[in-house]
Each structure stands twice: as structure tokens, then as C-alpha cells.
Ligand binder design. Structure first.
Ligand code: NAD
Ligand code: SST
Length: 361
């Protein structure tokens, strides 16, 4: 029997199962986690298919996966808050704790972050994963291990809302109704937003959004041949403002698709002085209506991964039943079927939303 069966991306479009040595505690504050469930994220599929996201480039074999829960199997001698057998949600990025960003409380900006399944760091799709104990959060008994793996995308959604400073009574437009968009809509609602409008080009995703966090949904009309895309985007933003009676725009726009058209529409749909936050990661460079940003004095922000407090907040939202992540899981696979699971996500079928891979027993 394998010691630490791992699902490894060996090169672009080339995955294989390998038996890797069981990880060792790197210091006395580490824990070894026996991984229970792992959700597949678009970025895992992206590395598999293209081998890079922005500056992160696959240069050697890397274990995939970063949305995981598990059971503590071993604890370092200085770990106080966890013991063997505890069930945890794992925050997959551990910062250096020493740079000016970490010391300033912005650890998401740490340049030395070790992030699971971001080259060159191995991910969590293995029997065992070693993590800093303070980045492992004990989950209440009421949460199962699939829900505990879903803490990761909910924490991303919390960070997006926190970055944009979403507040009570605001009108929020969320571009994109994939897992991140839908959860961002649900967190916006929980943050007190008065109206949340979800935008997507896929009807089934709008239908899900409408039964999840969004109050209203919108499908942008197709681009008109001969009309400049940016002119079309401004027109569509006008339609959104008119249809939903938003006056001169939404208080906040959260971009969760990465699509160039959505970025442009989102900017034009933000009210003067409002906040636009980019979380989607698509094309690295886009045509961007910068003069509009200037003349309307918009606040433009970027959101990446999680901020301090987002993991605990996500656990609270799930365990209190305020966000029901179970409804989002559409497909489940055994560890040995990991490639099949990845292939399913790659196909982008409309009936597939969140795919889970069970850990090695
Ligand atoms: N910032 C972060 O920390 C962070 C973390 C995780 C994921 N992401 C990024 O967030 C984005 C969303 O992630 P996801 O898992 O929900 O991905 P996804 O691909 O499932 O969702 C994207 C959605 O956008 C919709 N879309 C695409 N083009 C559109 C258009 N022109 N108009 C309207 N809708 C359009 C798609 O139909 C889809 O429903 C991705 O770009 C991902 O890389 C960012
Ligand atoms: O949810 C976390 C994200 O998937 C990662 O930051 C990834 O997209 C970039 O490495």
C-alpha cells in the first residue's frame, strides 16, 4: 500500500499518481493532516491545461489541490490548540510572517507565501499534507468534511466583500455566477447588502444565483457585430442601471468572472465614487476604461485569496447555516478517479458546479 499517494501534475496536460514520502513536521508548530476532501478550483485545472497563472509557472512536478479539509494525524511539540483526531479546514497559504506586509497585517501580499498547488509548492491532493497549525482551523461537529473543504472558496468570497468594504443597505453587482461569484453574492447578502445583482451569460448559473444569494439576475446581451466591445459594455451597463433602477450605478461592483467584457461593464455600472473590486483572473491585460474611473472618482481594488479573519468568518457562515455550501456540490469522486474529476471540470458542463475528491483512506 502506498505511503502517501499523491495526484501530481508532471507537466502541462500530464498528471499521474505517485507515491511520495509522507511529509515531516518542518517545525514544532506544524501539523500533519490526513486529507479528507478536496474541492477542485479553476486554478488547478488552469495549471493542468496551461502550466501557468500570471507569474506562477510550472517548472517541475507539483501535487495539485488547495481546497481541503482533513483530520490531524500528527502535531508538533509546541502546538497547543490542536490534537490528533481534530477535524480541520486548511488555509492553503502560509506567509513568511517576517516581511513588512506580514508585519503590517496584510499577509496576502507576502512575497514568500507558500501556497498549496501554486508552483513550486505541492498541493493538498495527497494522503497527507503538512501545514502550519495556526493555518488549520478546527471545525464544529455540525460541519462535515465536504463543507469543511468548502471553507476555502467561502473565505475567498469573504475576502472579496471585506476588500470592497460591503456594508448594510448597499446595492452590489457581482459579475460572474460561478462558485466564487455565487458565494460572493451570498456573503454580500450576509454583510447586509440591500440588493445583490448577479450577472452571467449562462442561464443555469443565473438560475442557481437567483436561488442562492442574489436578489436579482441579469444576462448581458451578446456583443453586436461592428460595435466596439467597450462601447457595447457601456451600453450594457446602462441597461443594467435602467432595468434595476440603480440611478447612476451600484455602490459596489465585485468582478468574479475575469472576463474582459465583465470588467468593462462592471466599471461603467459602478456609481460615481463607488467601489469596483477585481477578483476574477482571466486575460492578464485588458482594455480598461481608465478615463471613466478618473472622471467618476471610482475606487478600484484587487482582492487575492484571504485576509485575516476570513477563514473563521467562513466557518461561522457555514456552521450557522447562513451559507449552505452542500447545495453547490454536484459531483463526487474517489481519490483514484482524480483525473476523471479534473476532466469533468475542464469540460465546463452546465450541470457541473463544485466537484469534490475524497481523500485516500
Ligand atoms: N482573487 C482570488 O483570490 C480568487 C480566488 C479563486 C478564484 N479566483 C478567480 O475568480 C474567477 C471565478 O472563479 P470561479 O471558480 O467562480 O470560476 P468559473 O469559471 O466557474 O466562473 C466564472 C463565471 O463567469 C461567467 N462569465 C464568463 N464570461 C462572462 C461574460 N462575458 N459575461 C458574464 N459572465 C461571464 C461564466 O459563465 C462563469 O459562470 C476566476 O477567474 C478565478 O480564477 C480568484
Ligand atoms: O483560491 C485561491 C486561488 O485559487 C489561488 O490564489 C490561485 O487562483 C492563484 O494561485
Amino acid at each position: 500500500m502506498a505511503e502517501n499517494l499523491s495526484f501530481v501534475l508532471r507537466a502541462v496536460k500530464d498528471v499521474a499518481f505517485e507515491d511520495r514520502p509522507k511529509p515531516k513536521l518542518r517545525d514544532q508548530h506544524d501539523v500533519i493532516v490526513h486529507v479528507s476532501q478536496t474541492g477542485i478550483c479553476g486554478s488547478d485545472v488552469h495549471y493542468w491545461q496551461r502550466g501557468r497563472i500570471g507569474n506562477y509557472v510550472l517548472t517541475g512536478p507539483m501535487v495539485l489541490g488547495h481546497e481541503s479539509s482533513g483530520v490531524v494525524a500528527e502535531v508538533g511539540s509546541l502546538v497547543k490548540h490542536l490534537k490528533v483526531g481534530d477535524r480541520v479546514a486548511m488555509e492553503p497559504g502560509v506567509p513568511c510572517r517576517r516581511c513588512s506586509h506580514c508585519k503590517g497585517g496584510r499577509y496576502h501580499n507576502c512575497g514568500e507565501m507558500i501556497f498549496a498547488a501554486t508552483p513550486p509548492w505541492d498541493g493538498t491532493l495527497a494522503k497527507y499534507y503538512v501545514n502550519a497549525s495556526d493555518f488549520c482551523y478546527k471545525v464544529p461537529d455540525s460541519m462535515n468534511m465536504e463543507e469543511s473543504a468548502m471553507v476555502e472558496p467561502v473565505a475567498v468570497a469573504c475576502a472579496i466583500n471585506k476588500t470592497a468594504d460591503v456594508r448594510a443597505h448597499q446595492t452590489v453587482i457581482v459579475m460572474g455566477c460561478g462558485p466564487i461569484g455565487i458565494l460572493t453574492q451570498a456573503v454580500a447578502k450576509q454583510s447586509g447588502a440591500r440588493r445583490v445583482i448577479g450577472v452571467d451569460i449562462v442561464q443555469s448559473r443565473l438560475d442557481l444565483a437567483a436561488h442562492y444569494g442574489a436578489d436579482e439576475t441579469f444576462m448581458p446581451p451578446r456583443p453586436v457585430p461592428g460595435v466596439e466591445p467597450i462601447v457595447h459594455a457601456e451600453k450594457v451597463a446602462g441597461l443594467i442601471k435602467e432595468k434595476f433602477n440603480l440611478g447612476d450605478g451600484a455602490d459596489v461592483v465585485l468582478e468574479c468572472s475575469g472576463a474582459e467584457a465583465c470588467i468593462q461593464m462592471g466599471i461603467f455600472a459602478t456609481k460615481p465614487g463607488g467601489t469596483f473590486t477585481q477578483a476574477g483572473m482571466g486575460k492578464e491585460n485588458v482594455l480598461f476604461p481608465i478615463t471613466y474611473v478618473c472622471t467618476q472618482a471610482l475606487v478600484i481594488k484587487g482582492s487575492i485569496r484571504y485576509l485575516n479573519g476570513c477563514y473563521p468568518a467562513a466557518i461561522d457562515l457555514i456552521s450557522s447555516g447562513k451559507i449552505d455550501v452542500k447545495r453547490l456540490i454536484t459531483n463526487r469522486y474517489k481519490f483514484e478517479q482524480a483525473e476523471e474529476a479534473f476532466e469533468l471540470v475542464r469540460q465546463g458542463r452546465q450541470d457541473v458546479f463544485k466537484v469534490m475528491i475524497e481523500g485516500v483512506q
